[in-house]
Design a protein around this ligand. Structure first.
Ligand code: PRP
Length: 182
């Protein structure tokens, strides 16, 4: 599809489509299979980090073929710009009991890793049975991330990406593909 003709873009030019809708759908299904195989028993709580993970999470859980529950975390590390500000604020904490459960923290993108490191420290202190990260994208520049990403969709280029949940100043989250901004 020609992105320049896409009315969702507010007339903004995108440099290129990095992951098509079809490529994302295939990879998400594969991740669902990996996660299904990885958890043979116990209670699984899938924790989506809002807002960025909302589309990925909703597609992913439908490809996990075992019982699970869903809750959310809200943190914020970016302002309106395209650079990480360095601050991580927790705005919502899950209501669900975490102790004794398998916790799968779902993130759209690992950039500096600051958000995930902070959240993993917090979640680990609540004594889950296991605690793993599932990220759709990873830039592999995460010098601050002290935890491995157990389930990963794609190795992402170090460009500013929007779509499929990722925003620029709260726009473009609804693009069905992932694109790089000019
Ligand atoms: C973005 C993105 C990740 C995080 C990654 O979230 O969705 O959660 O930053 O950056 P990091 O690895 O440098 O910490 P943001 O704070 O923009 O909130 P959003 O999910 O609501 O877009």
């Amino acid at each position: 599809m020609s992105t320049t003709a896409d009315p969702r873009l507010l007339g903004r030019a995108v440099r290129r489509v990095v992951y098509t809708k079809e490529a994302i759908a295939q990879r998400v299904q594969e991740l669902g299979d990996e996660i299904t195989a990885a958890y043979s028993d116990g209670e699984l709580l899938v924790l989506g980090l809002l807002k960025g993970s909302f589309i990925f999470l909703s597609d992913l859980v439908r490809d996990i073929r075992r019982p699970l529950q869903v809750d959310f975390l809200v943190a914020s590390s970016y302002g309106d710009g395209t650079e990480s500000s360095g601050n991580v604020r927790l705005l919502y904490d899950p209501e669900t009991e975490l102790e004794g459960k398998h916790i799968l923290l779902v993130e759209d993108i690992v950039d500096t890793g600051r958000t995930l490191s902070r959240l993993m420290d917090l979640l680990r202190a609540r004594n889950p049975r296991s605690l793993e990260i599932c990220a759709l994208l990873h830039k592999h520049i995460a010098t601050e991330l002290r935890y491995p990403t157990r389930f990963l969709g794609f190795d992402a280029p170090n460009e500013f990406l929007v779509g499929y949940g990722l925003d620029h100043a709260e726009n473009f989250r609804h693009l069905p593909y992932i694109a790089s901004l000019q």
